[in-house]
Design a protein around this ligand. Structure first.
Ligand SMILES: *Cc1c(COP(=O)(O)O)cnc(C)c1O
Length: 854
C-alpha cells in the first residue's frame, strides 16, 4: 500500500473536532459502544454509508455538518468525555502492573511480540477470515485491558477475505474487495526523519523486497502490519501481501518469510524508533510465523553464538500455540523449495538470514524420513513452551507429536494447554451488558473470576433481554434473506414472504462457523423428514439460523452448503430455517446473541476449541454441543446439553447415531423446557439454566482469563528463561556443551539390579512401605546431571504402566539409588526405574528426548 492521504484527512477536520481522528484511530472503540455512538451521531447516514467505519467516515461528512458539530456544545462535551475515558484507559495501571512486580522478567522494560497471520478486530480492518483471526483480535483486546506489554505483528492485505453470496442454485459465489488504505484505521510507523519505517528481506537472486510498516492501535497494544505493496518493489514482490490464504505453496512460503523474518526485523526497528522495550518473549499464534525463530537464531550467530547455543537461547523465549488437531491443517512445504529460499552461499550460510547454516536450520522442521518441512514441528523445536487451545486439544496434540519425544509416554510430551476465550466487551450485546452492569456493578470485571452475583438476575429481566435479542436476530435475518434473494435474481415483488420468516417467539437455534467437513454443517439434515417435523411442530416449533463461508477451493464444503441452502429454500420450511450469506464479525454478534441455543456438532476430537459457543454463553444462550473443544472440559448438564459421541469407526454410521441423539435431545429436552411456563408465564426452568451458564461457565471463557493464563503459565516463565541467558553470557555455551556431552554418553547409561524390598510376597496390604533401589551406571555423568526416578503405577493390559507416579531416587551411602514409599492405591502395581537428563535450562523431562529405563 502506498502511503497516502491519512494526513490530509486530519487537516480537513475543524480544529475543534481534531480529537475525533485520534479516537477513530484507536480501535478501542471496537469494544466501547459510547465512542461508536458518538461517531454515529456525527452523521448517521454517512456512518452507515461508510460501513460503520469511524475512521473512513470522517472525510465523507459534509463540511457544513462538520462545522455544525464543531459548534455543538453537547457533541463537543461527549467527544471530550470519550477522549478523557480513552486517556484514563491508556494511562491507568492495570492487572499486569498490579500482579507482576517491577523489574522482574517481563515486568517493565521488555515486552512480548505476538505473531499471527490474521487479526479479527473489527470489520473495518478486514485482515481475517475466521476463528483464528478473531481469537488473535480478542487476545490483543484483553492484553490491552489487562495491561500486558504486548506488540503484535501481522500482514496488511490489499484484498480482504472474500464476501460470500449465493447463486440461484445455492452455490457459493466469492467476491474480493480491495482494501483502500485511506479507509483503513492504520497509520504509517514513522522514522525520526518523518519517512515511513521499512524493513527488507532478500529473496533468491538477490531480490530485495522492501516492507512498509503500518500500525493499528488496539487500546494500549500496537499491531504492526507489514505491507510489500511498495513503490520500489517489482510487481511480484508487491503481490506478496495481496490476500489472506490465497495462492499456492510458493506464495504462502513467501508470505510467511515476510511475516516471520520481516516481522522480527520490524518489531525490533519499532522498538528503536519509539524508544520502547524490545521483545524478549515471542509468541507464535499457529506455525505461520515459525521463520521468526530462524531469524533470531541467525542474529545470535552473527553476535558470536554457535548454532546450538543460539537455538537454546531462542527456544527459552519462544511460545508456540498449535491450533489444529487435524494433520491436514498444518503447513507443510517441500524442503527443497524452502532450501531455495534460504539460499545457501558457498559456506552453507543463508543469504536470506545472514549467518544461518541452512541445513542445520532445515533439520529443525524436516519430518523424519522425508523431504517435507513441517511448520508445526519447527514450532515445537524453536519454542521451549507450547500449548494446544483446550485441555482435550492439548492431549490430542501430545499424541500427534509424540514422535518428536521418543521414549516418553504421551502424557509426558511437553505440550500444555490454555483454553481459548472471547473478549467479553466485544461479544456481549448492549442489552446483556446492561444486565452485567446491574448485577456486578459498573466495574472492570476482566480480572474477576467470581460472577455469582449474576444468579440474582430475575426471570423477568432475563426474559425481556432474551426476547429483545431474539427479535433483533429475526429482524436482521429477514433483511439478509431478502437481500440475498435479490442478489440471487429474484424480484422484489415475489419476496414479500421474507418479511414474515422466523418468529420472535419461537425457540431459536444458531449454527454459524466456517464450513469445514469436520464441523458437519449438514448433520442436522441427516433425517430431513424428522427435522421438518421438529421445525413445524404445532405446539413447540423450532427455528434454525445458519451461516458460514466455505474456503473457495473446498468443493465438498460448497456442496454441503448448497444442500443446506436447498433444504432451507423449500417453501414448507423456509419460514423456520434460514441461511444467511456472508458471515462476518458484525453478523456474528447479532446472530450469536439472539440464539437461544448454540449448536456445535463437530467430529470429536477435531474441534481444537471453538469460540462461537463462548460468545453465546456471554449473551445468555445455552450450549448444545458434542463433547469436544472447550465444551469437553466445561460441559455441565445444569448449563447446557451434550450430544453423546458414538464410538464407532465408520463415519456414516457415527453421523447417523449422533444425528439421532441430536434430534432426540432437541425434541425431548430442549423444546419442552423452552416452552414450559410457570403460573406467572415465566420460562422458569429455562432461565434457571441460563443463570447456571452465566455463573458457572461465563467467567471461564473470557479472553481475560485466557490472557492471564498465557501470562502466568507461559509468558513469565519464558521471560525468566530468556532472562537467564541474557544475564549469563556463558550459559548458552555451558548448556550446549553439557547437552552434547550428555547426548554422547547417554546410550551407555545403564540401570541394573533393581530391588524392591520390604515385602517377601507379591501381595501386600494397601499402605505397605517398600524400598526401591537400583544400581545406576551414569557413564561418567555427575549425579546432578540426571534425575533417577521410580515409575510406579497400575499395570493395564499390554503390560504398560498407565498414569505413572514418579518418585525421585537418591544416592545412598552404598552408592545405590533408592527411595522408600508407601503403596497407597490397591490394584496390580508395576514399577521400574528410569533416568532422564536434568539441567536448569530444561523445562520438561522429555525435552531432549533422552530416557533410559531398567
Ligand atoms: C467466533 C467467530 C468464528 C469462530 O467460530 P468457531 O466456533 O470457533 O468456529 C468464526 N467467524 C466469526 C465471524 C466469528 O465471530
Amino acid at each position: 500500500m502506498k502511503p497516502i492521504s491519512t494526513i490530509t484527512v486530519a487537516s480537513e477536520l475543524p480544529d475543534a473536532l481534531a480529537p475525533l481522528r485520534d479516537l477513530a484511530l484507536n480501535l478501542r472503540w471496537s469494544w466501547r459502544r459510547q465512542t461508536v455512538d458518538l461517531f454515529r451521531s456525527l452523521d448517521p447516514q454517512v456512518f452507515v454509508d461508510s460501513g460503520e467505519n469511524p475512521f473512513a467516515m470522517l472525510p465523507m461528512v459534509p463540511a457544513g455538518r462538520l462545522a455544525e458539530a464543531a459548534r455543538d456544545e453537547s457533541f463537543l462535551a461527549r467527544m471530550r468525555s470519550e477522549v478523557g475515558d480513552l486517556r484514563t484507559y491508556l494511562d491507568s495501571g492495570r492487572w499486569f502492573q498490579r500482579t507482576v512486580p517491577g523489574e522482574q522478567g517481563t515486568g517493565q522494560g521488555s515486552s512480548i511480540a505476538y505473531f499471527s497471520m490474521e487479526f479479527g478486530i473489527t470489520p473495518t480492518l478486514p485482515i481475517y477470515s475466521g476463528g483464528l483471526g478473531i481469537l488473535a483480535g480478542d487476545h490483543l483486546k484483553s492484553a490491552s485491558d489487562l495491561g500486558v506489554p504486548l506488540t503484535a505483528i501481522g500482514l496488511l492485505y490489499q484484498w480482504g477475505y472474500f464476501s460470500q453470496s449465493l447463486d440461484r442454485s445455492g452455490w457459493q459465489q466469492e467476491e474480493y474487495r480491495l482494501n483502500d488504505p485511506a479507509d483503513l484505521p492504520v497509520e504509517p510507523v514513522l522514522e525520526q526523519d518523518g519517512t515511513q519505517l521499512t524493513v527488507r528481506v532478500t529473496l533468491p537472486g538477490g531480490r530485495d523486497v522492501e516492507i512498509a510498516v503500518w500500525k493499528a492501535q488496539v487500546g494500549r497494544v500496537a499491531l504492526l502490519l507489514l505491507d510489500t505493496n511498495v513503490e520500489g518493489n517489482d510487481e511480484s514482490a508487491r503481490q506478496i501481501t495481496d490476500r489472506l490464504y490465497g495462492g499456492d505453496h510458493e506464495h504462502r512460503i513467501v508470505q510467511e518469510i515476510v511475516l516471520g523474518i520481516g516481522g522480527v526485523r520490524a518489531v525490533q526497528e519499532y522498538a528503536r524508533v519509539t524508544g520502547g522495550p524490545a521483545p524478549t518473549v515471542f509468541h507464535l499464534n499457529e506455525g505461520h510465523a515459525g521463520f521468526s525463530g530462524l531469524e533470531r537464531v541467525g542474529r545470535l550467530i552473527e553476535g558470536g553464538a554457535g548454532f546450538s547455543e543460539a537455538v537454546a537461547e531462542v527456544r527459552a523465549g519462544t511460545v508456540f500455540t498449535t491450533h489444529t488437531p487435524v494433520p491436514a491443517g498444518i503447513d507443510r512445504f517441500d524442503a527443497s523449495q524452502l532450501r531455495g529460499y534460504l539460499d545457501a552461499d558457498e559456506n552453507g550460510l543463508s543469504r536470506l538470514i545472514p549467518s544461518l547454516p541452512v541445513e542445520a536450520a532445515l533439520a529443525l522442521g524436516i519430518e523424519e524420513g522425508g523431504d517435507i518441512f513441517n511448520m508445526a514441528q519447527l514450532g515445537f523445536r524453536i519454542a521451549q513452551r507450547s500449548n494446544g487451545v483446550a485441555k482435550l486439544h492439548g492431549a490430542v496434540s501430545r499424541g500427534m507429536f509424540q514422535n518428536l519425544y521418543p521414549g516418553f509416554d504421551v502424557p509426558e510430551v511437553p505440550i500444555g494447554s490454555v483454553t481459548n476465550g472471547v473478549h467479553r466487551r466485544t461479544w456481549t450485546s448492549a442489552h446483556m451488558d446492561d444486565l452485567y452492569k446491574k448485577a456486578l456493578g459498573d466495574v472492570d470485571i476482566s480480572s474477576m473470576s467470581d460472577w455469582s452475583a449474576l444468579s440474582a438476575l430475575t426471570d423477568h429481566e432475563l426474559t425481556s433481554t432474551r426476547d429483545a435479542l431474539r427479535a433483533d436476530l429475526v429482524a436482521m435475518a429477514r433483511k439478509h434473506v431478502k437481500d440475498s434473494w435479490l442478489r440471487r435474481g429474484a424480484d422484489e415483488a415475489e419476496l414479500a414472504w421474507t418479511d414474515h420468516i422466523l418468529d420472535p417467539g419461537v425457540l431459536t437455534i444458531g449454527f454459524a462457523r466456517r464450513v469445514s467437513t469436520y464441523k458437519r454443517l449438514t448433520l442436522m439434515l441427516s433425517d430431513p423428514e424428522r427435522l421438518k417435523r421438529i421445525l413445524l411442530d404445532e405446539e413447540r416449533p423450532v427455528q434454525i439460523v445458519v451461516a458460514g463461508k466455505s474456503h473457495p477451493a473446498d468443493r465438498p464444503g460448497k456442496e454441503f452448503l448448497q444442500q443446506l441452502v436447498q433444504f432451507a429454500d423449500d417453501h414448507g420450511v423456509r419460514h423456520r430455517i434460514v441461511f444467511l450469506p456472508d458471515y462476518d464479525i458484525r453478523m456474528a454478534s447479532v446472530l450469536i446473541a439472539g440464539a437461544d441455543v448454540w449448536l456445535n456438532n463437530p467430529v470429536r476430537p477435531e474441534e481444537a476449541s471453538g469460540t462461537s459457543g463462548m460468545k453465546a454463553v456471554l449473551n445468555g444462550g445455552l450450549t448444545f454441543s458434542i463433547s469436544d473443544g472447550w465444551w469437553d472440559e466445561m460441559k455441565d448438564d445444569a448449563a447446557g446439553w451434550t450430544i453423546p459421541t458414538a464410538d464407532v469407526a465408520d463415519q456414516v454410521e457415527r453421523d447417523r447415531i449422533e444425528a439421532g441423539a441430536l434430534y432426540e435431545i432437541l425434541e425431548q429436552e430442549i423444546a419442552p423446557l423452552f416452552y414450559e411456563r410457570d403460573a406467572r408465564g415465566m420460562q422458569r426452568g429455562w432461565m434457571t439454566k441460563v443463570r447456571s451458564s452465566l455463573v458457572r461457565i461465563a467467567p471461564q471463557i473470557t479472553a481475560a482469563r485466557m490472557v492471564r493464563d498465557y501470562v502466568t503459565e507461559l509468558y513469565l516463565p519464558a521471560s525468566r528463561a530468556a532472562g537467564a541467558f541474557a544475564a549469563d553470557p556463558v550459559l548458552a555455551g555451558a548448556f550446549t556443551e553439557w547437552k552434547a556431552r550428555v547426548g554422547q554418553v547417554w546410550s551407555q547409561i545403564a540401570v541394573r539390579d533393581v530391588r524392591l524390598e520390604g515385602t517377601t510376597e507379591d501381595r501386600v496390604a494397601t499402605g505397605a512401605e517398600v524400598t526401591l533401589s537400583a544400581e545406576v551406571d551414569l557413564a561418567g555423568l555427575a549425579d546432578e546431571d540426571v534425575l533417577v526416578e521410580a515409575v510406579l503405577g497400575e499395570v493395564a493390559d499390554g503390560d504398560e504402566i498407565i498414569d505413572p507416579q514418579l518418585i525421585p531416587l537418591r544416592r545412598g551411602d552404598d552408592g545405590r539409588f533408592a527411595a522408600r514409599f508407601a503403596l497407597a492405591v490397591p490394584g496390580r502395581v508395576g514399577c521400574t526405574v528410569r533416568v532422564t537428563p536434568q539441567h536448569p535450562v530444561l523445562s520438561s523431562r522429555a525435552e531432549l528426548g533422552l530416557v533410559t529405563t531398567a
